[in-house]
Design a protein around this ligand. Structure first.
Ligand SMILES: CC(C)(COP(=O)(O)OP(=O)(O)OC[C@H]1O[C@@H](n2cnc3c(N)ncnc32)[C@H](O)[C@@H]1OP(=O)(O)O)[C@@H](O)C(=O)NCCC(=O)NCCS
Length: 245
């Protein structure tokens, strides 16, 4: 970055919070995160950051332009660390970012934070990488949203866990989004929140189970481990498919 980018409040190496809890999953990935404020956003932030503004994003809301930029700024830091300085990380037709051939990566943003994780394929036998950051789903929205996010079995499981239902629901939502990002490059199609369920929810670990076959290598019943951290009203999940932390 040559000039200050007005909407970026801070830019840091590593996940925004929960480092210790997520470490097992993250090693040896590169992770960068930032805080941003869309109220301070201006279009000049794109050239200032050296980020290309795709036409589809140029025509979107200020919120979208701001979060897209924040995501590209953290992705640029990860890509630089992996040997791809100034790589133009464009979105594909399916919205998934088109990472350079040897890189697996994922990014996420909510209203004021963006985070990106990536590594080069040969480093480790990992077939997919996902990350997601969310603000706590709370109050009446939990009642309205849960049937689209979790099964009745997950609902019953969460009643036995030492966490408020809102936290369990947000964790399930975020873990499933991380899983979707990690598996999409392999599965190459949409799959639903109810195609996967939380089988266990422990300290900083969520076990997800596929309820349907996604590919012959991803059969129903397969379990996948997701790391999580929760601070205040923010939740972060990270998932590396095929890793053995
Ligand atoms: C794609 C999706 C997961 C993104 O999650 P989100 O909470 O809306 O937004 P996030 O900020 O966390 O992530 C957005 C980023 O994910 C990435 N992304 C988008 N589509 C993607 C895909 N198909 N595969 C991988 N990454 C994708 C992009 O980098 C995007 O940011 P950008 O558009 O600024 O580049 C979500 O919108 C979605 O479609 N979910 C439905 C499918 C699903 O999750 N099923 C659950 C199966 S268990």
């Amino acid at each position: 970055m040559n000039h200050p980018v007005s909407c970026i409040v801070s830019l840091d190496e590593g996940p925004p919070f929960g480092q210790a809890e997520l470490l097992d999953v993250l090693i040896p990935a590169r992770v960068w995160s930032c805080r941003f404020d869309t109220a301070l956003y201006q279009d000049a932030d794109y050239p200032a950051a050296g980020v290309a503004l795709p036409p589809a994003i140029a025509g979107s809301s200020i919120k979208r332009r701001g979060e897209y930029l924040a995501g590209r700024i953290v992705a640029d830091r990860v890509l630089r660390d992996l040997g791809y300085p100034h790589f133009d990380l464009l979105p594909g037709a399916d919205r998934a970012p088109a990472w350079p051939g040897e890189v697996q990566g994922a990014l996420s943003h909510h209203t004021s934070r963006a985070v990106c994780i990536g590594w080069r394929r040969p480093q480790r036998d990992v077939t997919g990488l996902g990350i997601d950051i969310e603000t706590l789903i709370s109050g009446p929205r939990t009642l309205e949203l849960w049937p689209g996010i979790i099964t009745a079995q997950e609902h019953a499981l969460f009643a036995t866990v030492d966490l408020p239902f809102a936290a369990c629901l947000t964790l399930a939502f975020s873990a499933k989004e991380s899983l979707f990002k990690a598996l999409y490059p392999t599965v190459q199609r949409y799959f639903d929140f109810l195609d996967v369920q939380v089988a266990r929810l422990g300290d900083n670990r969520i076990t997800l189970e596929l309820l349907v076959e996604l590919t012959p290598q991803l059969p129903a019943g397969m379990q996948l481990e997701c790391g999580y951290a929760m601070v205040g009203d923010e939740v972060l999940t990270v998932l590396a498919i095929g890793s053995k932390p």
